[in-house]
Design a protein around this ligand. Structure first.
Ligand code: HEC
Length: 245
């Protein structure tokens, strides 16, 4: 016996939806019709002009593939085929600022190799995923990036370790800040108050993840006169080291 099921095109949604949410009715129709597989691409709902080839690959190449590369510490995001299955997870990680691993809040202190994404970069990735994560025309792909040199993990100089509060007994040209044993999830702002009343924001850590811990090398040295008080707010539960000369 044969029978025929008319598959009506799904209505175009008013709001962008996760394409996975279209699957249950599709699977039901497939089950009734005895179809075992359908091309997924035919059912992607694309509601964005942003594409992998043009905009998203450029952000990912700049911000992610130093780690997300074949043979690297995390799965490869070098190609559309590799990145596409991760689209939802990518959106979630960047919106929550868990990727790239960095811990520091952008704009509070200035660092070399600042890994924090700009708002624009976050929107590019998030809106692309929301809009169906299309590939676009491969002609627009940028060249495959060269691997960036690994981030510095050591900085030599005078080291001043302190548990949350410190008053400088001598001037310090601050170059880097190291975070020692600190509880996961910890949040604090590190601020320098100079004797002349200047307040200098040094570093703001939010939702500390030990795995994402970095050496924070300042973009330019910060001159801290003798008598400067360096304080973490709140000053408890943190272990910090100032490195400088
Ligand atoms: C400094 C290295 C590094 C950078 C840069 C980096 N990642 Fe990751 N990423 C990792 C590692 C390591 C893991 C796996 C282990 C973990 O979760 O910490 C991971 C895991 C992930 C996961 C899976 C999370 C999960 O468990 O579901 C996603 C998605 C992701 N990264 C996306 C990105 C994106 C997008 C970027 C760029 C905007 C990025 N990552 C930049 C190291 C990095």
């Amino acid at each position: 016996m044969t029978f025929c099921v008319r598959v009506r095109p799904l209505p175009r949604p008013q709001v962008p939806v996760d394409k996975n949410s279209l699957f249950p009715p599709v699977l039901l129709i497939m089950a009734v019709a005895g179809i075992s597989s359908i091309p997924v691409d035919g059912h992607d709902v694309v509601t964005t002009k942003l594409t992998w080839s043009k905009e998203v690959s450029r952000v990912v190449f700049r911000r992610c593939v130093s780690c997300h590369t074949p043979g690297g510490p995390a799965f490869s995001l070098l190609s559309y085929a590799e990145a596409r299955p991760w689209a939802k997870a990518i959106q979630e990680e960047v919106l929550r600022r868990r990727m790239p691993p960095w811990n520091a809040v952008k704009g509070f202190g200035e660092f070399q190799h600042d890994a924090g994404l700009s708002q624009e970069e976050i929107h590019t990735i998030a809106d692309w995923v929301e809009g169906g994560a299309p590939e676009g025309d491969a002609a627009f792909l940028p060249a495959t990036p060269k691997l960036a040199p690994p981030l510095a993990t050591k900085f030599s100089g005078r080291r001043l370790a302190f548990p949350g509060r410190l008053q400088l007994a001598a001037p310090l040209s601050l170059r880097a800040i190291e975070i020692g044993r600190t509880a996961p999830g910890a949040a604090f702002k590190l601020i320098a108050d100079t004797p002349s009343g200047q307040r200098i924001p040094l570093l703001w850590i939010d939702n500390f993840s030990p795995k994402a811990n970095r050496l924070y090398v300042l973009k330019a040295p910060v001159a801290l006169p003798s008598g400067t008080r360096v304080t973490a707010y709140p000053p408890t539960g943190v272990a910090l080291t100032l490195i400088g000369s």
